[in-house]
Ligand binder design. Structure first.
Ligand code: AGP
Length: 609
């Protein structure tokens, strides 16, 4: 998720673009750039790091012009650097493009363009776009229309060019938002209305499959096949801060609702449903090496450790290789027993967690290959690993990890399917079936969130509790841990996740009317076992909140509250189980007046031991 802004009008574009860009920094902050048409030249200024660094560059080499575009980046392809920052341009420096989203077929397009003599200056997926436009004739909007026909993936684009200096072209395909703003002295383009609110509240959102030409004559809106679209602007009711949260009261709730998109983007362009294959371009390990792996060690901290515990179930089930999971801060000082036949998989949202980095260095020093599952391109973990599997959750602002967690689960599912195919332990048919179910998870997650209001009432029953017990079995046990961690870290209520089968070996002593029990009990191999644990709680007058299957009639009679999960494969269900657990914690914390986005004593990335 990056931030795009554009301006064309009667004022100097540079200062306006920078002012707006700062309000988009929450969308990505690893590199930035601005481009304007100055006299008849294209002037680009780009830098790695935060927008303040770009301001410093502009201070030394200012730009002047009436039309321009700017971008703040959250890298997905190509590590954060000035060369990979946007805008990207073509060989003749005549077209400049800023992009939010992912061009899934950028590799074959790049190969074709290079064979036609185009020279590339970055590692990004984006740079294919200005070269594609360069290789077309006619007005900028016509050339753009032809170029986007070749693109696969989700993208929002802002385009300026020397061939039509009086035009700013906007293109939207798929998820990434793109908004046109109408101000007295010019027209704006932005990923988020919050960026331009000081200039105008009159906005018009582009729908998927639309492009717009902004010029002195106004805005021309059309579909990709050229059909004119007539739609009037609307007025934004929010202030800038609320708008950055997309109208949500907290970044955490916004990020919970972003999960369908985050999971879709994490799987996007990697699953070949026909062949039953998974393509992981940056894994850094070819099939032969994967087949020789004798053991896998998963290392991580906090919520990422919980994802690792789910990963163990999926990897062992699909790849039939022994998998060990370790808390990174323990693993690094054990010392660990690993060797060149051990694959170490390190999982981290930030890629900067000190203990996870320490664990990786331990593994590497013993000859183990390391694959990182990470959400930040170019982070220390990504740089220090042999290969990387990026989650595409976009920046996660809320300290409590939500969309990064479910994206990690989806990434681990892809890794397990890839490894299972490489090791011959997973048939193409089984892989196809799993990939189809995985492709359907974003829809099921969206439907589930559509029924989320019920969790407000259930969450409110936790508000006054001093302690809450979470129970789960098998692949759902790590979700019990995750549910408990979410509640602890944002509501400050003590909570414990426990393997349901372990309850009678101790925690059952805690059970009475005052200690709610969240039981994760979807139908499946372990359902009957978990149901008997629910009965043990009820027999001691406990209060049960059940997370159960959509058509389970029996559990309703045994639990005080039931929230239902849609049906999917047992291996993929943890992705969906996470959502009600996140929302239960969120509602309890909000009702207790806690600072949900920045809970006390916590940091988004723990870079010290
Ligand atoms: C989770 O909500 C917490 N923010 C924390 O436990 C986090 O998961 C842990 O610090 C690991 O962070 P990482 O994924 O960035 O390495």
């Amino acid at each position: 998720m990056c931030g795009i802004v554009g301006y064309i009008g009667t004022r100097d574009a540079g200062p306006i673009l920078m002012d707006c860009l700062k309000r988009l920094e929450y969308r990505g902050y690893d590199s930035a750039g601005v481009g304007v048409i100055q006299e008849d030249r294209l002037e680009l200024r780009r830098s790695a790091g935060k927008i303040a660094e770009l301001e410093r560059v502009l201070g030394q080499r200012p730009v002047r012009g009436r039309a321009g575009i700017a971008h703040t980046r959250w890298a997905t392809h190509g590590r954060p650097s000035a060369a990979n920052a946007h805008p990207h341009s073509d060989c003749a420096s005549s077209v400049a493009v800023v992009h939010n989203g992912i061009i899934e077929n950028h590799r074959p397009l790049r190969r074709a363009l290079e064979s036609q003599g185009h020279r590339f200056g970055s590692q990004t997926d984006t740079e294919v776009i200005p070269h594609l436009i360069e290789s077309r004739q006619g007005e900028i909007e016509t050339a753009t229309q032809e170029a986007v026909r070749e693109l696969e993936g989700d993208y929002a684009l802002g385009i300026i060019s020397r061939r039509d200096p009086g035009k700013l072209v906007a293109v939207r395909s798929g998820g990434p938002p793109l908004i046109v703003g109408f101000a007295p002295d010019g027209l704006f383009l932005t990923s988020d209305a919050s960026a331009i609110l000081p200039y105008t509240r009159e906005v018009l959102s582009l729908e998927e499959g639309e492009m717009a030409v902004l010029s002195g004559e106004g805005v021309r809106l059309a579909t990709f096949d050229g059909r004119t679209v007539d739609r009037s602007p609307t007025r934004v009711p929010w202030d800038a801060e609320t708008a950055q949260k997309g109208g949500f009261p907290h970044f955490m709730l916004k990020e919970i609702w972003e999960q369908p998109r985050a999971i879709r983007d994490t799987c996007g362009g990697r699953a070949d449903l026909e062949a039953g294959e998974v393509r992981l371009a940056d894994l850094g390990l070819e099939a032969g090496a994967l087949a020789r792996v004798r053991r896998i060690v998963l290392v991580a901290c906090g919520t990422s450790w919980h994802a690792s515990l789910v990963g163990k179930h999926v990897l062992e089930s699909l790849c039939r290789v022994p998998v060990e999971v370790d808390v990174a801060s323990e693993y690094r000082y054990r010392p660990p027993i690993v060797d060149p036949e051990t694959l170490t998989v390190a999982i981290s949202q930030s890629g900067e967690t000190a203990d996870t980095l320490g664990a990786v260095r331990e593994s590497r020093s013993r000859g183990s290959k390391v694959v990182a599952v990470c959400n930040v391109v170019g982070s220390s973990l990504a740089r220090e690993s042999d290969g990387v599997l990026y989650t595409h959750a976009g920046p996660e602002i809320g300290v409590a990890s939500t969309k990064a967690f479910t994206s990690q689960l989806a990434a681990l599912d892809l890794l397990a399917i890839h490894l299972g195919r490489a090791r011959g332990t997973l048939s193409p048919d089984s892989a196809r079936a799993l990939l189809r179910e995985l492709a359907d998870i974003p829809r099921l997650a969206g439907d589930l969130l559509g029924r989320a209001d019920a969790l407000l009432e259930i969450g409110s029953t936790l508000r006054t509790s001093a302690s809450v017990l979470y129970l789960g079995r098998g692949i759902q046990y790590p979700l019990a841990l995750e549910g408990a961690l979410k509640l602890k870290e944002i509501s400050y209520i003590h909570a414990e996740g426990y393997p349901a089968g372990e309850m009678k070996h101790g925690p059952i002593a805690l059970i009475d009317r005052t200690v709610p029990v969240v039981a994760i009990a979807p139908q499946g191999r372990l359902y009957e076992k978990t149901l008997s644990n629910v009965e043990e709680v009820k027999a001691r007058d406990g209060r049960v909140i059940a997370i159960a299957s959509e058509d389970d009639r029996e559990i309703a009679g045994k639990a005080d509250h039931v929230f239902r999960l849609p049906r999917t494969s047992e291996l993929l269900l943890p992705i969906l189980t996470a959502l009600p657990l996140q929302l239960l914690a969120y509602h309890a914390a909000v009702l207790r007046g806690c600072d949900v986005d920045q809970p006390r004593n916590l940091a988004k990335s723990v870079t010290v031991e």
